[in-house]
Design a protein around this ligand. Structure first.
Ligand code: IMP
Length: 208
């Protein structure tokens, strides 16, 4: 807790130069590189540097993002950015949460994962269908300094799923105030309002 008179800690700025994206997923690396364009960064992925993927042993999105970013910064000697995201369903106490990818099983079948979410909610009497997506970002430096940002978008779960434009749980997620699920929405529109956009907007405003 901050005591009276404490100064808030200044957020460390990210200087132009090399930045490691701590992900082995080329789609995610491309998307993150695009979101960071125009800030003089030379983006390189953990895969290109042949860095190992650490096990996600954290109990929160922020912890998992931090352990991935720290591992990449320690091993590369460069600043590193990692994310962790997922769907949290209020009636399920926040599940699948950090286990969102794992609920889809080895075959990464999100049809099954969405069915599982819906079945569990439907089994609860008068259950709320409120849900939100979270995206945590961690930016780590080789000296151990870390900055975190957490973005969120709130909505409702629909059934059956609608649309085939997104990925993961998008077809069953209707963002508040909208008529289209993330699965039906143009991706540019989704990227304006998503949890990922929220987290990146915070990061860009803070570190550049
Ligand atoms: P990770 O952040 O790469 O570990 O992925 C977490 C999982 O959360 C993904 O596999 C998706 O199932 C889910 N998820 C995260 N963001 C989204 C989104 O924008 N739409 C749909 N599903 C998402």
């Amino acid at each position: 807790m901050s005591g009276e008179g404490d100064q808030p800690q200044a957020i460390r700025k990210l200087q132009p130069g090399k930045l490691v994206i701590a992900s082995h997923n080329p789609g995610k690396v491309r998307e993150i590189a695009a979101l960071l364009e125009g800030h003089g960064l030379d983006v390189v992925s953990a895969k290109e540097l042949d860095l190992p993927e650490p096990e996600e042993t954290g109990t929160t999105f922020v912890m998992n993002a931090e352990l991935k970013a720290r591992a990449a910064a320690d091993l590369s000697g460069l600043p590193a950015l990692a994310d962790d995201s997922g769907l949290c369903v209020e009636a399920l106490g926040g599940d699948p949460g950090i286990f969102s990818a794992r609920w889809a099983g080895e075959s990464k079948d999100f049809g099954l994962a969405m069915q599982l979410v819906n079945d569990k909610v439907a089994a609860i009497e008068d259950a709320s269908r409120d849900a939100h997506f979270v995206c945590a970002l961690a930016l780590a430096w080789p000296d151990g300094h870390v900055e975190w940002f957490e973005g969120r978008v709130d909505g409702t779960l629909v059934w059956p799923p609608r649309g085939d434009k997104g990925f993961g749980y998008d077809p069953m997620f209707l963002p508040n105030g909208r008529d289209e699920t993330f699965g039906e929405m143009d991706q540019d529109e989704k990227h304006r309002i998503s949890h990922r956009a929220d987290a990146f907007n915070q990061l860009v405003a803070a570190v550049f």
